[in-house]
Ligand binder design. Structure first.
Ligand code: GLY
Length: 411
């Protein structure tokens, strides 16, 4: 019996499903954790040295300081996105002004040609959240322009977006697509429903379908990178870049897949994506260690003496909170919700929280282990998805949906 099946059974036996009281007892205080994020981010704001740079990571000793990066770094959208979530939580103008200021530093991304797929992370976490909360038409224009730019990387022969143009020659990967790219489809879906071209929707769906076909092993664990032949459009091979080995399960890659297919279901309503989101979630949950926070790669050779990846846990927690709302089977929905709450509980414990050691929210993420970079570090995207998950959990507890499909439709 798989671990997940045992968990279903235990939940049934202990009556956790549908037992509001028991869940009530297990609740951790969301507002306390959100207030903690407000305090930490207020400190970070004071330390940002100049205009137009974004905090990215704190490496080495946990009591170090943020390393800052320019607007074109792939992580540049997460700090403005964090500020937007803090505005959503507090309702305070101060956070809106800061979120607006930092988002606008990214505007040049909407008028240059695409250098990689990360435009969605950059522009949708910043301007996308900004538009959701303010309906500022400047933000809408920036997103629409950037979505068109991202679409220039689409190869219709293959049916996916080219993720890393820079790796075509460097690695000899003629058309490469990484699983992370699923996340950037959200901007295309949104643009297609908010005044952009219909073709953006078609590109996003085709990318998700092609990735579903080629990026996963039989057990639904994911390859980080799939290399395609640009002439035939066929898959050449699945490999890794940030994982332990080509055939290993890189934790954050699986997290991107869970989030990406949940979001694709939200935007399309197609059951095949909902089924698939569950399959990719189940293999991840089944292989987790007891504390629900994965090692950086599920197949890393020296587990348990390997670094953890809190960012994968934060991304997955946020995704599972959304996924739990789409599942008709109450037992399975409860498993996803309970799992997400446990992940958030662990991330909010003294083991994972930065507290006064630094001004990030979380410790113990791993960015690029094979490169030796951002290993056991505080990383801005872990903080962003942790905060997003807390905001989502608060909405769930208030009986609100955690995420709406892009609402304005011109289709
Ligand atoms: N998208 C890059 C990463 O997950 O590290």
């Amino acid at each position: 019996m798989k671990k997940l099946e045992v968990y279903f059974l235990l939940m049934l036996i202990t009556g956790m499903v549908g037992c509001g009281k028991k869940q009530e007892n297990n609740k951790f205080n969301i507002d306390k954790n959100l207030d903690y994020c407000v305090t930490q981010a207020s400190q970070t704001l004071k330390h940002i040295p100049e205009d137009s740079v974004m905090p990215r990571n704190i490496t080495g000793k946990a009591d170090g300081h943020w390393k800052f990066v320019p607007y074109n770094d792939w992580t540049s959208g997460f700090w403005p996105g964090t500020l937007w979530y803090l505005y959503e939580y507090t309702g305070e103008e101060k956070w809106k002004e800061e979120a607006d200021r930092f988002s606008r530093y990214l505007t040049p991304l909407s008028v240059r040609s695409a250098t990689d797929h990360d435009l969605g992370f950059q522009v949708f976490c910043s301007f996308g959240n900004g538009y959701r909360l303010t309906e500022n038409s400047d933000y809408r224009k920036t997103i629409l322009k950037t979505a068109d730019t991202l679409a220039t990387l689409y190869n219709p022969k293959v049916g996916t977006i080219l993720s890393w143009p820079g790796m075509v020659d460097k690695m000899g990967w003629p058309h490469n697509t990484i699983i992370d790219n699923m996340m950037n489809l959200e901007m295309l879906f949104w643009a297609s429903k908010n005044g952009g071209k219909d073709s953006l929707y078609d590109i996003a769906v085709k990318h998700a379908e092609t990735t579903m076909k080629n990026h996963f092993r039989k057990d639904h664990s994911v390859y980080h990178v799939v290399v395609y032949d640009t002439i035939t459009g066929k898959k050449v091979k699945g490999v890794t870049h940030q994982g332990y080995a080509d055939n290993s399960l890189w934790a954050r890659g699986q997290a991107w897949a869970i989030y990406g297919y949940t979001m694709t279901y939200r935007e399309t309503g197609a059951d095949k994506f909902l089924d698939f989101a569950q399959k990719v979630a189940d293999v991840y949950l089944d292989r987790l260690p007891g504390d629900m926070i994965p090692f950086w790669d599920f197949d890393a050779p020296h587990i348990p003496d390997e670094p953890k990846d809190a960012s994968a846990a934060a991304i997955t927690a946020s995704a599972l909170l959304e996924l739990s709302g789409y599942i008709k089977d109450p037992v399975k929905a409860a498993v996803y919700r309970e799992s997400a709450e446990k992940m958030l509980g662990e991330l909010s414990s003294p083991e994972y929280r930065s507290n006064d050691r630094n001004t990030a929210f979380l410790l113990h993420s791993t960015g690029h282990y094979p490169n030796g970079s951002e290993v056991d570090a505080s990383i801005i995207y872990a903080d962003y998805y942790y905060l997003e998950a807390l905001v989502r959990l608060k909405k769930l507890r208030e009986g609100k949906p955690v995420a709406d499909p892009a609402l304005v439709s011109n289709r």
